[in-house]
Structures are given as structure tokens and as C-alpha cells.
Design a protein around this ligand. Structure first.
Ligand SMILES: [Zn+2]
Length: 279
């Protein structure tokens, strides 16, 4: 890493802003990412961020078109173009606008084209699970990338993950970078509407023993979800699964074997209860 970059990171990490936001701002400033958006960004936080963006000579814009407040950050007037494309992308689902928007965000063209075609498949989980395993650099569930990769071999996406991890290590000041990377080499059990659990485990054919639960949450970066699905069943099962459980996963159901009880979860569709592997 260049001395100038190191100094910039050291200066910025002293500021009182979240590491997640700092990471995105830095990736744009260092031109590792062309432009970026920070989701769930509240307007009241702009007071803190605005002077930092000004000093870094970054352009920005606030938007709420998807219902999720977002801060768009970039190095030039592309931020304006992104803002103007949002209606075509998110409300009118225009293909050309979708691809242009993705490219402006710094996503590989191959992934932008594929993700539009994936529209009908309804779920990121389903997309990931159609091929397994995926390299850790493409772990969307751990925000190593912010897009849906076109395939486990997508060179541009892997390269982004490799550059991203260097910045993340520096910001999080990890003494052991390998432990950071190993936390992205895990299993992800993905349920409909992008609820998921990340965990470590031992796999043997169709069965997997959970050795460590890493997190249980909703993937805010995932698109193409069916909002009509009642999530209560998936949420329950997401919190029911614990360390030590043995899961047997087939196309139609998940058998959960606990020490003294057995439970069968019936999947609601092909995008539900998918096991995705990252290594
Ligand atoms: Zn790609």
C-alpha cells in the first residue's frame, strides 16, 4: 500500500464516523470503486459526513426512491447521472438503465447484464445456490462485494474483493488478516426474501453440522425479492437453528436434528432454504 494511501486511511480512521461508511468513502476516493451508495443513511448524519466529503472533493446526493434512504458518493458528475437514472432502474425496471446504473456503480458489465436477466429467479440465494462453492471474495452476504456476481469465476468481481479486503484490513486494524478472510469462508443458509444465517460447519454429503453461528440477518443488498411472502415462518426457523444442530438439506425440505428433537422445515419455493458455500 502506498504511503499516501496509508496516511489518508490513518487520518480518516480518527474521525467519528462508522467504519462501514468510511470504508465505502475510501473505496471511492481511492478509485477502487467507481461510485457507491450507502444504504439506510439518515439525513441527520449528513452534518458529520458533509465536511469530510467536501475535503475529499467527493460529490454526493441523498435519495429515497427505493424507500430505503441512500447516500450516493462519487468523484465527479456521475453522481448526478446515477440520481437521474434511479426512476428508470427501480420503478420502471428498464434494462438499459439497469446496466448503465450498475456500470456507474463500478460493477462488472458481465454481472450487470446477468443480474437483470436473473430478475425472474426472485432471489439472490437461488442465484448463488445454482452453483457452489463461491470464492470468499464474492461473499455478498458479508459485503465483500455489493453486487450479484455473474459466476464463481467472474475475474473482475474477484479482483474487486481482493482490493477491498486490503482496505478493510487496514480500517479494522486487524492484526491477523487471515482470520478476517476466514470469517468470509463460511456457509450461508438463505431463506426467501433474503433472510439468511451465516455459519461455520462440517459438511458431509447432504448433511452439515453447525459448529459456529456467525450472524442472522436480512441481506439489504439483495434485490428481486417477493415482498408478498409472509416471513414469520422463515424468521422462526432462522432463530431456531443453533450450534451443534445437524441439517440435512434437500430440494424440498430441511431436516433439523437437535440433541433431543427433530424438526422438518418445508421450503416454500426453490429460492427458500438454499445452502451457499464460500471458500
Ligand atoms: Zn461478472
Amino acid at each position: 500500500m502506498e504511503e499516501k494511501t496509508k496516511q489518508l486511511i490513518d487520518t480518516l480512521t480518527k474521525l467519528k464516523i462508522s467504519k462501514d461508511i468510511l470504508e465505502v468513502i475510501l473505496l471511492v476516493k481511492l478509485k477502487i470503486k467507481r461510485n457507491a451508495s450507502i444504504e439506510y443513511f439518515e439525513e441527520k448524519n449528513l452534518k458529520t459526513i458533509e465536511p469530510i466529503l467536501k475535503i475529499l472533493n467527493l460529490q454526493y446526493k441523498l435519495t429515497t426512491i427505493t424507500g430505503i434512504p441512500k447516500l450516493i458518493v462519487g468523484t465527479n458528475n456521475e453522481v448526478e447521472e446515477i440520481f437521474n437514472l434511479e426512476e428508470e432502474v427501480f420503478l420502471k425496471k428498464n434494462k438499459k438503465a439497469h446496466i448503465r446504473y450498475g456500470i456507474l456503480m463500478g460493477y462488472p458489465k458481465c454481472c450487470c447484464e446477468k443480474s437483470y436477466n436473473n430478475d425472474k429467479k426472485n432471489s439472490v440465494g437461488y442465484h448463488y445456490v445454482t452453483k457452489n462453492p463461491w470464492p470468499w471474495q464474492l461473499n455478498n452476504y458479508k459485503t465483500m462485494i455489493w453486487h450479484i456476481p455473474c459466476s464463481p469465476e467472474c475475474k473482475e468481481s474477484i479482483e474487486f474483493g481482493n482490493k477491498h479486503i486490503i482496505i478493510r484490513e487496514k480500517i479494522r486494524n486487524k492484526k491477523d488478516p487471515d482470520s478476517l478472510i476466514s470469517s468470509y469462508k463460511n456457509f450461508c443458509l438463505h431463506f426467501s426474501q433474503n433472510l439468511y444465517s451465516n455459519f461455520q460447519g462440517n459438511k458431509n454429503n447432504n448433511s452439515i453440522t453447525i459448529t459456529k453461528i456467525l450472524n442472522k440477518t436480512q441481506n439489504s443488498h439483495a434485490e428481486h425479492t417477493d415482498e408478498n411472502i409472509n416471513l414469520s415462518k422463515q424468521e422462526k426457523i432462522q432463530y431456531f437453528i443453533e450450534e451443534g444442530d445437524v441439517l440435512t438439506i434437500t430440494d424440498k425440505k430441511i431436516e433439523i436434528n437437535k440433541k433431543d428433537q427433530k424438526y422438518i422445515y418445508t421450503k416454500i419455493d426453490e429460492s427458500d432454504g438454499c445452502l451457499i458455500e464460500f471458500n
